[in-house]
Write a protein that binds this ligand. Structure first.
Ligand SMILES: O=C(O)CCC(=O)C(=O)O
Ligand SMILES: [Fe+2]
Length: 206
């Protein structure tokens, strides 16, 4: 199913490292997408290693994409699940609009303001040296925080609206880290989709 994107009012941020479209999807499309993804994706809470200890990840995830793609994330190897109709339609619309060849998506479900994602750059080797990543946000508005690589201090934040689209442009992952901090007051869930192009799919050894 194709989704129509309104890319008429881009906002350029971080000297061109990010472009934000506050209302790329209409509210009704965004509502519909949230409801179908929330119900249909096989949301899983992965365990991750933090300082050598196994802990549950503070969010739920699902990986979908073209067949035969595998990807390492937080020290684990994932193989993508097949596309769902709504995800493949959105990926196709994004590829058409931006002239990209994104072939997979990491879906994150933040159940409420207690769920989060720590500081990182999406710099895994599978993405090549300078990837473009397209992020779609649905549901509760949450802050997306940024800081320069090598600095502790947060440089800024951007509230990602329901139906918004954020392009992390070339240059972003090499210079900036991002995170999704906890927000005590938020009781509603949020879904984020980061569409990526996996260039070097890892060969799994037995
Ligand atoms: O939830 C977000 O907006 C960010 C997600 C993210 O950074 C990622 O999936 O790598
Ligand atoms: Fe990320």
């Amino acid at each position: 199913m194709p989704w129509s994107l309104d890319l008429s009012e881009p906002q350029t941020l971080l000297d061109g490292a990010m472009t934000y479209y506050a209302q790329a999807l209409s509210f009704s499309c965004a509502d519909q997408l949230f409801t179908s993804l929330n119900g249909e994706l096989p949301w899983t809470q992965e365990s991750i290693m933090i300082y050598g200890r196994e802990t549950l990840s503070p969010r739920l995830q699902a990986w979908h994409g073209d067949e035969g793609i595998s990807y390492r994330y937080s020290g684990k190897t994932f193989t993508t699940l097949p596309w769902t109709p709504s995800l493949v339609g959105l990926c196709h619309s994004i590829n058409q609009a931006f002239g990209l060849k994104l072939n997979s998506v990491l879906a994150n479900l933040y159940r409420d303001g207690q769920d989060s994602m720590g500081w990182h750059a999406d710099d895994e080797m599978e993405l090549g040296s300078d990837p473009i990543i397209v992020s779609v946000s649905l549901g509760a508005e949450r802050d997306f925080a940024v800081r320069r690589i090598g600095e502790q201090r947060q440089a800024g934040k951007l509230a990602l609206a329901h139906g918004s689209l954020l392009v992390m442009e070339a240059g972003m992952q090499n210079r900036w880290q991002h995170s999704l901090p906890k927000r005590q007051g938020i009781k509603q869930p949020r879904i984020n989709l980061t569409f990526r192009e996996i260039i070097h799919s890892r060969i799994s050894l037995p």
